[in-house]
Each structure stands twice: as structure tokens, then as C-alpha cells.
Design a protein around this ligand. Structure first.
Ligand SMILES: C[S@@+](CC[C@H](N)C(=O)[O-])C[C@H]1O[C@@H](n2cnc3c(N)ncnc32)[C@H](O)[C@@H]1O
Length: 319
């Protein structure tokens, strides 16, 4: 239980600036295809994406987000973008692509909103939280005991989606670190999708997203709402700062970080993008800092000075 709280300190860094399934179906090529049409205003036409349109979007998504869209993702891409065509009263994917290109760097938010997937939950992959609390936190405690430093301990949820991972980090620190150390913890949480960050800032979740939290923590850190959702309490919110940030851009200026969670994000990236990101994440770790990747995101060739410490968990060596 948190015993005391210190005033909220904001990160002062810049606010810079998924993921797909799919049915794998390919359809015959027709220019600006009208797959089905109704004369009802509430059932607008459905256009199908041509091969060349898919190639344009695939390259654009890769350039702007690092996400690699394989051919089997095409149907889902169509389905994700179709509402955007309707919203802009456009009649082809090429027209929407031209519109996005015209936005320049500003296109990344709209594109990310359309193509990323926000699948997440609190305490996702519980064994990694066990490792954080059972192994990483005791190391931080003994390091803190050996110094008089009162510097902030920075934890970064990179690719935080709608915020559950970031709030989980704040809960883990509040529940499991000694109060003086817990008060030094600040969580930075970033995502390329403005829509995901907006929802993260709201901090309102359905029970299914909270079901894996350890017993008792839900009631201590969230408040039930009349509509059945749970709202993050102010003391929890003030531990977390959310920012829109593209992981293709330089890492946040607040580095070095004591712990970085970048889970279930780079699995969707092209290999070259993934390698560059791993290098930058590792360089953003404080000496002795910890990097948590998703359970399926092992590093087969970790950068120099990075040790494998547990499944999908890496540590930067101490000098
Ligand atoms: C599947 S969610 C993972 C959420 C959380 N880390 C977890 O493991 O539960 C992947 C997130 O990565 C984000 N993402 C994808 N490409 C990104 C990029 N280039 N920069 C920052 N975030 C990105 C997506 O917007 C999405 O919210």
C-alpha cells in the first residue's frame, strides 16, 4: 500500500509525434472496384483496394510507423480504412492515400489510428510482473540503500496502447516498493496512436481489461463507475504521464530509464526497424536498467553490454 505521496512531477520532454489479422483473401483486380452497393444512405458503397493501392499503403505504413503489413493483412487494412474514406466522402483508397500524403508528417496520427491495434490489459503476461516485483524491485531497493540519491526512477511503457501497462507499472511500484523509493517512481507512457493515448488519459476500463490485477489492487487504485467501468484514481494517474510518440523518432529526452517495457510492439515491425529500435531502447537504459519485451520477442543477438536475464527480459550491464 502506498503510504505517502509526493507532488506530481511531469515529464518535460517533447510530445512528438499493431497490427493486424486478416482473412488472407485476394480478390480479382478491378480499378476503383465497387464491391457492393446499396441505394440506402445508411449503407454506403464498399470499395475494394487494388494491388497497387495496397502497395502504396504498405510502403506508407512502413515509412511512418515501422509496421510491416504482409499481403494477408490486406483485407483488414481495407476494413480499417474504409470508414476513413467515408468520413472524408472519398471514393477510392488512392484518393485517401493522396490526402494522407498531403498531410506530411501530420499523417502519422491518422494513419496510426487507422492501422494499429490496441490489444492490451492490466498485468498482461503475469510472469513478467512476478519477475519485476520479485527480482527487479529488490535490486532497485539494494541500489537505493547504497546511495543517498533522490533522483527519479524513470519507467517507460513504450507502445503503451490504451494505458493498462503503464498503470500496472505504477501499481506495481506503489504496492511493492518501500514508500520512499515508490515516491521516486515516474512512469512515462507513449504510443504513436493519438486515439490510444486519449483513451489512456481517460483511464476508464471495462472489468475484462483489469481482471489479471493481483487481488485487492483493483479496489485500491480504481473507482467503480455507474456504467460498470472502473476509473483510475487520481493518485494513480499522477504517477503516469502519457505522450504521443513514434518509436521511429529519437527516444524521449527523459532517458536514461531504469525500466523499459516495450512489449508486443516490435513484433509487428520490419526486421531492420526492429533492430534499430532495440539498439535505441538499450542505449536509453540506465546502467543496470531492465528491458522487458513481449513473450514472443526474444533477442537472438542482443547488443553489446545487454544480458539476457529471464524470458524476454534483458539487463544493461553495470559499468
Ligand atoms: C498490441 S499493443 C501493445 C500494448 C502493450 N505494450 C501490451 O503489451 O499490452 C501495440 C501498440 O504499439 C503501438 N505502436 C505501433 N507502432 C508504433 C510506433 N511506431 N511508435 C509507437 N507506438 C507504436 C500501437 O499503437 C499499439 O498501441
Amino acid at each position: 500500500m502506498p503510504q505517502t505521496r509526493k507532488p506530481y512531477r511531469r515529464f518535460d520532454g517533447s510530445s512528438a509525434s499493431g497490427i493486424f489479422g486478416g482473412d488472407g483473401l485476394r480478390r480479382p483486380w478491378l480499378p476503383r472496384r465497387l464491391v457492393s452497393r446499396s441505394n440506402s444512405a445508411v449503407d454506403p458503397p464498399m470499395f475494394e483496394m487494388s494491388d497497387s493501392e495496397f502497395a502504396l499503403f504498405r510502403d506508407f505504413v512502413l515509412e511512418m510507423t515501422g509496421i510491416l503489413l504482409r499481403p494477408e493483412k490486406r483485407t483488414l487494412l481495407e476494413n480499417r480504412l474504409r470508414p476513413r474514406l467515408r468520413a472524408h466522402a472519398m471514393t477510392s483508397y488512392l484518393e485517401y492515400y493522396t490526402h494522407l500524403r498531403g498531410l506530411g508528417p501530420g499523417a502519422v496520427g491518422e494513419l496510426a489510428n487507422a492501422v494499429t491495434t490496441d490489444t492490451t490489459e492490466c498485468w498482461r503476461s503475469p510472469h513478467q510482473w512476478d519477475f519485476l516485483i520479485g527480482t527487479v524491485f529488490p535490486v532497485l531497493e539494494s541500489q537505493a540503500a547504497a546511495t543517498t540519491s533522490t533522483r527519479a526512477l524513470l519507467l517507460w511503457s513504450a507502445g503503451c496502447s490504451t494505458g493498462e501497462e503503464a498503470y500496472s507499472l505504477a501499481i506495481a511500484a506503489a504496492e511493492s516498493l518501500p514508500t520512499p523509493l515508490a515516491r521516486r517512481v515516474q512512469v512515462l507512457a507513449t504510443d504513436v496512436s493519438p486515439r490510444a493515448i486519449e483513451r489512456a488519459c481517460q483511464g476508464r476500463y471495462r472489468p475484462a481489461r483489469l481482471a489479471k490485477l493481483p487481488p485487492g489492487t483493483l479496489e485500491r487504485h480504481f473507482t467503480p463507475e455507474p456504467d460498470g467501468t472502473w476509473l483510475a484514481q487520481p493518485a494513480l494517474r499522477e504517477r503516469v504521464v502519457f505522450r504521443i510518440q513514434n518509436l521511429l523518432d529519437p527516444v524521449p529526452a527523459q532517458s536514461p530509464f531504469t525500466v523499459i517495457f516495450c512489449r508486443n510492439v516490435m513484433i509487428y515491425f520490419a526486421e531492420a526497424v526492429r533492430q534499430r529500435l532495440v539498439d535505441r531502447l538499450c542505449a536509453a537504459l540506465a546502467p543496470g536498467g531492465w528491458l522487458f519485451l513481449g513473450p514472443s520477442e526474444m533477442l537472438f543477438d542482443p547488443p553489446a553490454g545487454i544480458e539476457h536475464r529471464a524470458p524476454s527480459v534483458y539487463r544493461r550491464s553495470l559499468p
